[in-house]
Design a protein around this ligand. Sequence first.
Ligand SMILES: Cc1ncc(C[n+]2csc(CCOP(=O)(O)OP(=O)(O)O)c2C)c(N)n1
Ligand SMILES: [Mg+2]
Length: 642
Amino acid sequence: MTVAQAVVEYLSKQYTVDSVGGQDFRERLIPGMFGIFGHGNVAGVGQALKQYQQLDPTIMPYYQGRNEQAQSHQAVGFARHTRRRQTFAISTSIGPGSSNLLTGAALATTNRLPVLLLPSDTFATRAADPVLQQLEQPYAYDITVNDAFRPLSKFFDRVSRPEQLFSAFHHGLRVLTDPAETGAVTISLPQDVQAEAFDVPEEFLAEREWRIRRPDADDEDIRRAAEAIRAAKRPLIIAGGGVLYAYANEELAKFVELTGIPVGNTQAGVGVLPWDHQFSLGAIGSTGTTAANAIAAEADLIIGIGTRYEDFTTASRTAFQNPDVKFININVAAIDAYKHGTSLPIVADARKALVKLNQALGGYRVGADLEQQIAAEKTRWDATVDGAFDTRFTPLPAQNEIIGATSRAMDAQDVVVCAAGSLPGDLHKMWRVRDPFGYHVEYAYSCMGYEIPGGLGVKRATLAEAATGGTQRDVVVMVGDGSYLMMHTELVTAVAERIKLIVILIQNHGYASIGSLSESLGSQRFGTQYRALDEEHHSFDDGDRLPVDLALNAESLGVKVIRIEPGEKVIAELEQAIRDAKAAPENGGPIVIHVESDPLLDAPSSESWWDVPVSQVSELDSTKQAFQTYTDHKNRQRKLLG
Ligand SMILES: Cc1ncc(C[n+]2csc(CCOP(=O)(O)OP(=O)(O)O)c2C)c(N)n1
Ligand SMILES: [Mg+2]
């Protein structure tokens, strides 16, 4: 058989096995393969997929996409919803087909979500060098475009000879299925090697199970952590995505109910507790709630569970102002467990560590004063959000009201998906999550354009979930006009497969988020609006609004579109439109709901900060003032190690 045929058959035989959250899983690691064909894969992997499709279409279902990066985003969204047990493989043509995947690779690696990238490569034999789309570096003949994946991938290999296939895939899948290591796994496949025939041992093509490793916590680490918790007066948990990947949310609820320790969550950790749980403070950090940030400021012990401590989580290291604050970091990845110079790292599966901590802590509970403060801070923040959700602004609504309407119209088990712009911060602080699978905002890479393909990937996973007797969920993508313009073409993929993806497209004619950031940094919203060029000043800031109609754009792709016109009833109509979209048939294709919003009406403040350096010298007064504010915040920044 050829190398490409061996790759396809091998991938069809790989299973992940896990026993977690009261469920036993045995699922295909790679349930399908994406591909955009060109020279590089049209004959190799393309031929193999065609051959197996004819034999039996379930061996390796092939999926299309309109952009390689978007295919990777689909795989990532899918992997997030399957809790990293499954992902897709992506085959590309050489050159631009491959390099289009680079952003997808970085996004997967940053988010610790698995994706298997199989970019084609130039001839290993160099028989026809330089081929179309070959880079040709004069100083190093062995460099190809695919070497650019090396810094972006958790594993990289190139199969320059057929025999290398075995070790490349065996170790690639080791990384793909390892909770501590996972991210983009890239195996580069030269186009002549893909088509080459060789003898494949039967062992390579036998079914193989990859058991998800869930390492237990070291007893001495737990003993020390329990001691530190008992000594703490104002402990606070920061829960990240790792809690969800470990199915540790129930054990976390048990832990906080026994101890009274409150929880602030990161973006990837939204859903670890329902929003109205007594000890849930909601989002923490720069896009956090005032409740979480007030408690964090005075905390003497932070228990980080499954978090990377991104700067948004730590408010750029200003969130923790107690001079004696200590960190216990529970994480399956040592890089995260050792952050902030902790002397109490626990390198372990989050659920297993919490089980042990629950046993070790018997009888500990925080003081009544902290519990009272938690309740009071929660009430204050909930009233703030109620106020923000109130319908007040007409004819153009605030984004807050749109989020309120969306949250009211969606059911508990539905999933909201987002990635970049002003929405992620607003959703982080205000979204009232009710289900551990109810929220996916990609905020490690916060990549504009992830929203629609990522949402489609989540939807694919929910369809598979429902087909096997699981929960039925609608997936609602919330996307700004900027992100939509950057990458909306996977709508066509959803049209082709008749997938009901609900998209709420918020038109505010530019970058509300960066506009507001720019203003706060003294840069006067420069270049953040979509306006016609004013030639005299060479400015895009003051010209006419563009005659762009994104609703029509979506319609032209075969998408059903509901336009919400600005006016008195805009929010009521939006809410009804979301309910109508939810009631539409499951195989009716995507639905875009187009609504305009006022970019200048911001979400309630987090009473927090994010470090974005301001010019130290400037000719602009706005910048000089912003630099003064910046310096004040900068003085509050803690020098936490690592
Ligand atoms: C690929 C990419 N380029 C640039 C950015 C920086 N960036 C973050 S948000 C944003 C604007 C998003 O605009 P839009 O989707 O309309 O959302 P809004 O800010 O209006 O809510 C930009 C340019 C990014 N996150 N991703
Ligand atoms: Mg916008």
